[in-house]
Design a protein around this ligand. Sequence first.
Ligand SMILES: [Zn+2]
Length: 454
Amino acid sequence: MKISFHGAAGEVTGSCILIETEKAKFLVDCGMFQGSKFASEENLADFKFKPEEINFLILTHAHADHCGRLPKLYKDGFRGKIYSTSATRDLAEIILIDSAKIIAEEAKEHGIMPLFETNDVYDVMTCFWPVNYDEDFKITPEISIKLRDAGHILGSASIECAITENGQQKKIVFSGDIGNPPAPIVRDPESIDGADLVVVESTYGGRTHEPGEERVQKLRQVIMKSIGEGGNLLIPVFALERSQELIYELNYLSESRQIPKVPVFMDGPLAIEAIEIYKKYTNLFDEESRERIKSGDDIFNFTGLTYTRTVAQSKEINNVPSPKVILAGGGMINGGRMIHHLKRNLSDERNHLLFISYQAQGTLGRRLLEGAKKVYINNEEFAVHAQVSAIGAYSSHADQPKLMHWLSQIKQPIPGKILLDHGEKECLLALQQGIKKELKINSEIVEYGKFYEV
Ligand SMILES: [Zn+2]
């Protein structure tokens, strides 16, 4: 069989892996390339394979860099089934509908054809077929899969794929994105017994995160400082996982009386929609979260918390006196309602801006995190007097020690080879070094479009 990579090769977005066996062609993920614009040339370009020839697709999780090109795939001729957990299906639907809206606005602004439209999203959603974690699932007589909890976001999975060719069975494992335990809500990543070949993500393959246990106390310190100074605390959040984790931890701090009562706003319709989906799948939560729910705690609600869905509700936040805490998207402040809150709060030294997630090069978030003293928002200049800080431990990606640990548990058999994708150059090289030194397994950094024989 042959494996080729049509995204996330030497970069972190656009995940799309093509597997060609004797009798079938299938994909693992079909993600969006995420640069400065959705309508980038990479997203608009034709696939290097024929979508109508793809028999089926397996989706690891609902982040746009893994599912974002699914509607385009359907539009271009794909009619196979898409296998994923039910939670991934539900989250992918709201993510793709939201993407379609943003794409429509950008296409109008730039006078170009949209990558896909809402109708394409509804069409591709009919292809989904649910698969439970840890269940042996036969797709064809020669190909069966088992989804393992990857502990990254709700519903996320690593894929164990058993393929028989010429009477010989080979096991290929696709890591998907691996979580960063211990994390609130999601379970720890499940271990994999064995594999002939592993394809592993490398997002933080060259980093070591600060210990996760300390993050909630760091969060508490920032909140206390902000309240003590009578200012507003702004936290840019991604709609999936980070928003839910933060509400979960604020609920804990509030109900255990570690922070005083203060108005908290979750200002983002997509994050709020995602919370409704999370509530459907409490059976997938980790033990601690399930225990808290069992004891009668509504983990996504506490005194002082307000969910603001509409623009009018969002504007009302301005009239609430300080101190207050505002959670809003986008996670890198490259759009979303956080922009409006920043404009009102950046120039006051009593206010705080707290980053809890990765800020990509070129984003407003990155400039602020790096200490810019003035920034331009919608061509208007703003002086930065607000206090800026970051907590790295909220990352939802495993760091190098955790990726190495996940790989080291694969023993029966030990992989003959490891392919590294989904990472920037320095992280890929660092993880490759680690694998060579500690695991003594042959590994290769994948290249876009190149074929790997298995
Ligand atoms: Zn992800």
